[in-house]
Design a protein around this ligand. Structure first.
Ligand code: NAD
Ligand code: WQD
Length: 341
């Protein structure tokens, strides 16, 4: 069976993707420097699946270290998850974001070229649609003007992949634009484990519910939406992971340069997330309404038809599943992977 290299595979989305790839019969190798993750996540992936993951601790910017992995493993396709992803931090430390995100991409592409590996799938983001495209976002729209350096790194990396594919007609590229991944594996053994104060909504909600933080601030309730709070396309991370398996199946069978939205197509408001979380889990989430957060859009969600049409992928999990599984993970691991390290 084909072997897939996950760069940044110990992280939130990479670890869930590793599980689904192993279930589907693929072999998996991971390179990660654990700057935002723990090797424990990969141990748990092995426990869940009963299968082995070839794990390499290395910086994906380190060309020699990455080449050593390609020499040791016969890689058929690469999925590039490795990157920094905190929007607010990227505004304060833009150079760190450009350096890490762009360099990892260039290094991977260079080493792939050196070893003749021709299939790559990239973790892009709905953020590349920018501020001016109308919702729902569809892949035929042009990339927009991003509101922060993190978003620009994604837009630039998409361009880099497209240019590399133009220059090398044998190179196949799939750009996956994720919407808002939440939830966790149903076992509760792996999940999202952010460093410090969470930037994203769901980990903040679960940390308030478990008593680690006092109160969630809902950023703005005066948006032009049904209840005044922002609306997003939340997608269960296991559905998202299965989207990667479909993308790997696809790229292994034909040459392609394609972009796919991975979302559900249905937006929910922040208030709906909090209310659903409280109802499904029978737990209270203290919250207050506060000021808008800079750069937030009122609403965005996917047109996910292309992924259904070409990849045969659609989401299966409900918002109840997302809230239940996020809580199950947090409750079983109040300190994330830390306690197990
Ligand atoms: P994550 O931080 O959990 O995972 C990223 C992984 O990359 C981590 O394990 C980190 O240690 C590793 N990494 C970062 N820089 C590295 C380097 N130079 N060398 C080696 N390893 C490195 O994030 P995630 O939520 O799993 O996101 C995965 C990818 O998907 C990222 O590229 C992110 O930008 C993108 N994405 C995430 C979301 C989201 O909301 N989670 C949405 C859209 C896109
Ligand atoms: C969701 C909603 C907040 C925290 C970001 C990136 C995007 C993609 C996914 C990577 C918003 C509200 C949040 C809180 C709140 N990532 N919120 N209180 O901003 O939609 O998207 O992550 O590519 O590029 O921009 O996600 O989880 O931060 O916020 O009210 O404490 O929750 O205002 O409406 P966002 P998020």
């Amino acid at each position: 069976m084909a072997k897939i290299l996950l760069a940044g595979g110990a992280g939130y989305i990479g670890s869930h993707t590793a599980v689904e790839l192993l279930h589907a019969g693929y072999e998996v190798a991971v390179i990660d420097n654990f700057m935002n993750s723990s090797p424990e996540a990969i141990r748990r992936v092995e426990q869940i699946t009963g299968k082995h993951v070839a794990l390499y601790e290395a910086d994906v910017r380190d060309r020699e270290a990455v080449a050593a992995v390609f020499r040791a493993e016969k890689i058929d396709a690469v999925i590039h998850f490795a990157g920094l992803k905190a929007v607010g931090e990227s505004v304060k430390k833009p150079l760190m974001y450009y350096r890490n995100n762009i360099d990892t991409t260039l290094t991977l592409l260079e080493v792939m070229e050196e070893f003749g590996v021709k299939n790559v799938i990239f973790s892009s983001s709905a953020t590349v649609y920018g501020e001016e495209n109308a919702v729902p976002y569809i892949e035929t729209m042009k990339r927009g003007v991003c509101s922060n350096p993190y978003g620009w790194t994604k837009a630039m990396m998409e361009q880099i992949f497209e240019d590399a594919a133009k220059a090398d007609p044998a190179l196949s590229v799939i750009l996956l634009r994720y919407f808002n991944p939440i939830g966790a594996h149903e076992s509760g053994m792996i999940g999202e484990d952010p460093l410090g104060i969470p930037n994203n909504l769901m980990p903040y909600v679960t940390q308030v519910a478990v008593g680690k933080r006092e109160c969630l601030t809902i950023f703005g309730n005066d948006y032009p939406t049904k209840d005044g709070t922002c609306m997003r396309d939340y997608i269960h991370v296991v559905d998202l992971a299965k989207g990667h398996v479909k993308a790997v199946d696809y790229i292994m069978h034909q040459h392609c340069v394609e972009v796919f939205n991975l979302g559900t197509g249905t937006p929910y408001s922040v208030t709906e997330i909090v209310e659903t979380f409280e109802r499904v889990n029978q737990v209270k989430v203290n919250h207050v309404y506060g000021a808008r957060r800079d750069g937030d859009l009122a609403e965005f969600y996917a047109n996910a038809d292309k992924a259904e049409r070409l990849l045969g992928w659609h989401t299966e999990k409900t918002l109840d599943d997302m809230c239940r599984d996020s809580w199950n993970w947090q409750r079983q691991n109040p300190n994330g992977f830390q306690a197990a390290e």
